[in-house]
Design a protein around this ligand. Structure first.
Ligand code: ADP
Ligand code: MG
Length: 266
């Protein structure tokens, strides 16, 4: 990677945002799924993105994570223009997308899963192969980091169980542990409660609140109560555009939001 080039426009603006999009446009054919979206997320912020089905929430995530190329506009992460970087490069720079159960190795123990993710962090230092297979006592603090994360996700008691044997809810905890072990600067979270019943939804909300509330996070979520409870700020998307943005209190009182969106909710 040519770090010099990539970082040449670092600090080119004085904003404290960890992530910003400027004039983001995404067209599918001649339909704009994301239309002139500019948002700025501060370090430590819990940001939610809400809006009706088809508003463009997942598309926005895909542009931020690099899963889709932008049509126009820029994405800036930690002061660096990452608009044209592939997803792996964004992950390396500290962007994580959570809740992909496929990231868990079922045959390994809970502890091994977390430790592998922590070790993979050091791949730049040692090279990937060596990073993964090096004896763990050679890493300063890696076992301590692993234990700290196991505590944080509430799985210290089942650390020696295989991941495959965990109940579903604990698999989700482990998934979050694997994400945290990579020490992400920003976690993107798309509809973690989609398809869940009330009890599972509540468990997921508790989990996010316990484990992720201090993490810089962008959450796409349809459960308005969760969003109102946990968010520092909310961005409301409507037909690909930012309809409104503000604190939960401001959003709850915004008439345009109520007319376009909240009014239609049960
Ligand atoms: P949300 O996540 O808010 O429900 P999406 O971002 O998934 O909305 O979709 C926004 C709009 O873009 C929708 O009208 C959807 O049909 C359209 N869209 C999303 N992905 C594609 C694609 N790959 N090709 C064509 N249209 C798409
Ligand atoms: Mg979506």
């Amino acid at each position: 990677m040519s770090a010099g080039d990539a970082r040449s426009d670092r600090d080119s603006d004085d904003s404290e945002a960890i992530l910003r999009t400027d004039g983001l446009l995404k067209e599918f054919g001649n339909f704009a799924a994301i239309d002139d979206v500019s948002i700025a997320v501060e370090p430590g912020e819990f940001r939610s993105v809400i809006g009706p089905n088809g508003a463009g929430k997942t598309t926005l995530f895909n542009l931020i994570s690099g899963a889709l190329p932008v049509t126009e506009g820029t994405v800036t992460f930690q002061g660096e223009d990452i608009t044209n970087l592939p997803p792996e490069q964004r992950i390396r720079r500290g962007m994580a997308r959570s809740f992909q159960i496929s990231n868990i190795f079922g045959g390994l123990t809970v502890r091994e899963n977390v430790r592998l993710a922590a070790q993979a962090l050091h791949r730049e230092e040692y090279g990937l192969r060596e990073a993964l297979f090096r004896p763990t006592d050679r890493y300063d603090g890696i076992n301590e980091d692993t234990d700290r994360i196991l505590d944080r996700i509430g799985l210290a008691g089942v650390a020696e169980e295989t991941a495959a044997s965990l109940p579903y809810g604990d698999k989700r905890r482990l998934e979050i542990g694997v994400v945290l072990a990579t020490e992400p600067e920003l976690v993107l979270f798309d509809e973690p409660t989609a398809g869940m019943g009330p009890e599972e939804t509540q468990n997921t909300i508790d989990l996010i609140e316990e484990v992720l509330v201090d993490q810089t996070l962008i959450l796409v979520e349809h459960d308005i109560e969760l969003v109102m409870d946990l968010s520092d700020r909310i961005t409301v998307l409507h037909r690909g555009e930012v309809l409104s943005e503000g604190t939960p209190e401001e959003i709850a009182e915004d008439e345009a939001v109520r007319d376009a969106y909240l009014g239609g909710m049960t």
